[in-house]
Write a protein that binds this ligand. Structure first.
Ligand SMILES: *Cc1c(COP(=O)(O)O)cnc(C)c1O
Ligand SMILES: [Zn+2]
Length: 454
C-alpha cells in the first residue's frame, strides 16, 4: 500500500518499476532509465474543475495567483504539503497575437504564449517553483544545477525565496552575461568549472549521488511536473478550445516532454478530446533529436560539438529525449531543424510584432515558416494548413541576450558567431534581412527633418 497517491515509475517498458515519491531519486535505481511521476487522480468533475481553475484567476490567494499552483490538482502534492510552496508569482504568461509573424510564415493567424514574461524571464520558473518546493519538503538544505543560463537564474531566485543554499556549476566563460548576473544577484554560490558543460553536468550529478546536494536539472521529474501547467494554463486561457498545433524549441527537451505527459493526462481524464500536434524545432547545429528520428535510431544520436548562437538550445545530448519521442508519438507530432539565419530573421519578425524573445524562442516561427514551404512541395510528408490554429511557445525574454539582437541589427551576426568560435564557414554568411541600423546624425533640427521626411 502506498502512503501517497503519487509515485515514481520507470519509463522503460521492460522495467516499469515503481518507487516511493519520498525518495530522493532522479533515475531508475534498477535500470538507470528516466522516471515519470504518476498521479492517481481521484474521480474529478471535469466541468467543475475547469470552472474552479478559471475562478482562481480572480482570487488573491498566493497559490491561486501562481500560474502553476492554480492547477495544483495536476501536481504531486497533498493538501498539507502546500504549506511548503515556494512561489514568486510565476506563470500567468500571456497569449499574444502575432499578425506580422503569421503573414511571414503564411498562416492566417498565429498566437504566441510568451513564457519569457516570468519572474526570472524564462519558462524555467514553471518547473523550478515545483522542484524547489519538493526540495523544501524533503528537508534539503543545499540544491545545485549545471547550467549555462536560465536554469541557474531561476533556481537561484527560488532558492533565495526559500532560504535554501543554491550552488550553480557553470562552464567557465560560457555563460551569457544577463543570465550570470541573475545568479549572482540572487546570491547563488557560483562555481566556474574549468571545463565544458558536460564536465560540469557530470560533476554535479556525481555529487548529488554522493552528498546531500539535491539536483535541480531537468532529469529531476518534479521540474517537468511544474512545466505541465503551461498547457493547462494555455487551455484555460483559450476557454478549452484546443489548438491544432503547439510549436516549441527543442534543447534538453523538457518542455516537449512535459507537454506530451500532460496531454496524455488531460485526455485520459476527459479534459480534452482532441490533442494538439507537438512540433519540436531544433537549431541545425544542435539537432540530436532530429538526427535520431530521421535515422529511425533506437538510441540517441548525440551531437558531440553542438553549436548555435541560440545558446539556450546548444545541447548535443538531451536528457529527456525518450520522453520527447513519446510526446511526438502520442500527438502525431513532428520535429525539424532551422538554420542560424532563419532563426535570426524570425526573431526580428517577432520583434516587429512588438514581441521580443531569446533567439532559441524564435526557432518556432522559423520552423513554422519552413514547414509551410515544405507543405507546398508534394515530396514532403509534412502538411501545415494555412488556416490551422497554431500556438508558438516562446521560452525566454528578449533582454537575456541583447548582444545578439544588436549584432543582428548592425548586420554583425557573422562576426559575433566567429567571436563565439562557431563553425560559421560551414553554414555560410549570416545576413540580417530585417536589420534596423541606428543612424548617426549631427545635432541639427533641419537635418533631422530632412532625414525623417517630416
Ligand atoms: C532551457 C531553454 C530552452 C530549452 O528548453 P528544453 O525544455 O530544454 O528543450 C529553450 N529556450 C530557452 C529560452 C530556455 O531557457
Ligand atoms: Zn527501470
Amino acid at each position: 500500500m502506498r502512503d501517497q497517491p503519487f509515485f515514481f515509475r520507470c519509463i522503460n517498458q521492460s522495467c516499469r518499476r515503481e518507487f516511493e515519491i519520498s525518495q530522493k531519486l532522479y533515475q531508475c535505481p534498477v535500470c538507470s532509465d528516466l522516471l515519470d511521476i504518476l498521479i492517481e487522480h481521484p474521480t474529478m468533475d471535469v466541468v467543475e474543475l475547469k470552472k474552479t481553475f478559471h475562478q482562481r484567476r480572480a482570487s488573491n490567494d498566493p497559490l491561486d495567483l501562481s500560474g502553476v499552483w492554480r492547477y495544483r490538482e495536476f501536481l504531486p502534492f497533498l493538501k498539507e504539503d502546500l504549506t511548503h510552496v515556494v512561489t514568486l508569482g510565476e506563470g500567468n504568461s500571456p497569449v499574444v497575437e502575432a499578425p506580422r509573424s503569421a503573414e511571414y510564415i503564411g498562416l492566417s493567424r498565429l498566437r504566441v504564449k510568451h513564457l519569457g514574461w516570468n519572474p526570472t524571464g524564462s519558462f524555467k520558473d514553471y518547473g523550478m517553483t515545483v522542484a524547489v518546493t519538493q526540495a523544501r519538503k524533503l528537508g534539503s538544505r543545499v540544491v545545485a544545477c549545471a547550467s549555462t543560463g536560465n536554469t541557474s537564474a531561476s533556481m537561484a531566485a527560488f532558492c533565495a525565496r526559500a532560504n535554501l543554499r543554491a550552488v550553480v556549476f557553470i562552464p567557465e566563460g560560457q555563460i551569457a552575461f544577463g543570465k550570470l548576473s541573475q545568479a549572482l544577484d540572487y546570491g547563488a554560490r557560483t562555481l566556474q568549472i574549468q571545463g565544458n558543460f558536460d564536465a560540469a553536468m557530470g560533476l554535479v550529478q556525481e555529487l548529488s549521488q554522493e552528498s546531500e546536494l539535491y539536483l535541480m536539472n531537468s532529469i529531476n521529474p518534479f521540474r517537468l511536473e511544474g512545466q505541465k501547467t503551461v498547457m493547462i494554463e494555455l487551455f484555460d486561457q483559450l476557454n478549452w478550445k484546443i489548438p491544432d498545433r503547439i510549436v516549441v524549441p527543442g534543447g534538453n527537451l523538457g518542455n516537449s516532454s512535459s507537454y506530451g505527459k500532460v496531454l496524455m493526462e488531460l485526455k485520459e481524464l476527459g479534459f480534452i478530446d482532441k490533442v494538439p500536434r507537438i512540433t519540436i524545432i531544433q537549431a541545425s547545429g544542435a539537432d540530436p533529436l532530429y538526427r535520431t528520428l530521421v535515422t529511425s535510431s533506437r538510441e540517441l544520436v548525440p551531437v558531440s560539438d553542438a553549436w548555435t548562437l541560440a545558446s539556450a538550445i546548444k545541447i548535443g545530448r538531451p536528457i529527456s529525449w525518450k520522453k520527447a519521442v513519446r510526446a511526438l508519438d502520442f500527438t502525431d507530432g513532428w520535429c525539424d531543424v532551422v538554420s542560424e539565419g532563419e532563426i535570426a530573421d524570425a526573431k526580428a519578425m517577432l520583434g516587429r510584432d512588438g514581441i521580443g524573445c531569446e533567439p532559441a524562442s524564435a526557432t518556432t516561427v522559423a520552423g513554422l515558416r519552413k514547414l509551410m514551404t515544405l507543405s507546398r512541395s508534394s515530396e514532403s510528408e509534412v502538411s501545415v494548413d494555412p488556416d490551422e490554429d497554431v500556438v508558438a511557445i516562446l521560452t525566454g525574454h528578449q533582454l537575456k541576450d541583447p548582444e545578439y539582437t544588436i549584432n543582428y541589427h548592425l548586420d554583425n551576426l557573422y562576426e559575433h558567431a566567429v567571436y563565439e568560435n562557431l563553425l560559421v564557414e560551414k553554414w555560410g554568411k549570416l545576413n540580417s534581412t530585417f536589420a534596423n541600423q541606428p543612424i548617426v546624425v549631427p545635432p541639427d533640427k533641419k537635418e533631422i527633418i530632412r532625414l525623417l521626411e517630416l
